[in-house]
Ligand binder design. Structure first.
Ligand SMILES: Nc1nc2c(ncn2[C@@H]2O[C@H](COP(=O)(O)OP(=O)(O)OP(=O)(O)O)[C@@H](O)[C@H]2O)c(=O)[nH]1
Ligand SMILES: [Mg+2]
Length: 318
């Protein structure tokens, strides 16, 4: 029975590799539903992966990430790449940004069979990156998509955790927002492989770019990769070919410097840890009726035990 199941999964994967979008979506849906079948699929998907260039585009809400992603997709298509796009927690009403789907549609890219787009919620798993997002990226990677772009929104953890799925992280900022630079300073400087000053048609774009450049000089680590600051703007995608060139250069550098392997290891560590934590908690709690867990809750509430001691006791009882 197992071998039939795995054959079915392998078939599905082969169809997805041949460009069958329905099969690609079925793989993603099966993983999200997390059935027994999902385990088979995850094995096949993981075995077939490791080929795509995964690019994270992150930055404050409303900084024009989706417009930029649309232009990136167009540029990458003109270079013959198959491009997958994953938007995590797409546009809030606060930023006034449109959902990524609208941006892609605006650029006339929806009919292109070599563009795949999916929106995800940002329920945290690896910080702000959901497990479903990790799975969707893995499926695209395993089924022949050359470049996978992941757009994440918000400031803080979500952006930092993008490092655990992307090879190349571009941090987007916009001119004239001093606070943004502060936010970048606080947490994002180390995660950026490339800085993008977007909306460079606005006043003070040069000032923002030079602020970033001097900040980078102050924090310069000798990694062998000099984090560039690029400017982009608008629906016409000004500066986007240069940005794509930079992404390609970064991937070359990752491969030639050994940093690619270090990042793969870091991502594997993060995923094993997150999965182990989930599995452990699942086993400790059972389906909500594990008597040992209920007793532990009683003990902690009654202050007979502290939570640390209770957790250790439960783990020891496995
Ligand atoms: N002036 C100017 N406006 C831009 C540019 N790019 C995007 N915008 C505008 O900025 C707003 C937000 O654009 P989005 O691409 O939706 O921004 P986002 O960062 O994806 O937004 P969220 O996903 O909600 O975080 C829209 O009103 C865009 O028209 C640009 O290069 N210049
Ligand atoms: Mg967006």
């Amino acid at each position: 029975m197992t071998s039939t199941a795995s054959t079915a999964s392998a078939d599905l994967l082969r169809r997805a590799e041949d460009g069958d979008i329905a099969a690609t979506s079925m793989l993603m849906t099966a993983l999200e539903a997390d059935t027994d079948r999902a385990r088979e699929i995850r094995t096949e998907v993981h075995r077939a992966g490791g080929n795509a260039h995964v690019i994270g585009i992150t930055g404050p809400a409303g900084s024009g990430k989706s417009v930029l992603v649309g232009s990136l997709v167009r540029e990458l298509r003109s270079r013959g790449k198959r491009v997958g796009v994953v938007a995590v927690d797409p546009s809030s009403s606060i930023s006034g940004g449109a959902i990524l789907g609208d941006r892609i549609r605006m650029q006339g890219l929806t009919m292109d069979p070599f563009v795949f787009m999916r929106s995800m919620s940002s329920r945290g798993w690896l910080g702000g990156v959901s497990r479903a997002t990790v799975d969707v990226v893995a499926v695209l990677d395993a089924t022949g998509w050359d470049t996978v772009i992941v757009e994440t929104v918000g400031v803080g953890q979500a952006e930092v955790e993008i490092v655990s799925i992307a090879h190349t992280v571009a941090v987007v900022s916009v001119p004239g927002l001093g606070d943004d630079i502060q936010a970048i300073k606080a947490g994002l400087l180390e995660v950026a492989d490339v800085h993008v000053v977007n909306k460079s048609d606005l006043p003070e774009a040069n000032k923002t770019a030079s602020e970033l450049t001097s900040m980078l000089m102050l924090s310069m680590q000798d990694s062998g990769w000099n984090v560039p600051v690029l400017s982009t703007a608008g629906l016409e995608g000004q500066g986007v070919p240069e940005l794509v060139d930079t992404f390609e250069k970064h991937l070359d550098w990752l491969r030639s410097s050994g940093e690619y392997d270090r990042r793969e290891r870091r991502a594997a560590e993060a995923r094993i840890s997150a999965t182990a934590r989930d599995l452990l908690i699942e086993r400790l709690r059972g389906s909500g009726e594990n008597q040992g867990f209920v007793d532990a809750v009683d003990d902690v509430v009654a202050r007979r035990r502290d939570p640390y001691d209770a957790a250790l006791g439960l783990i020891a009882s496995l």
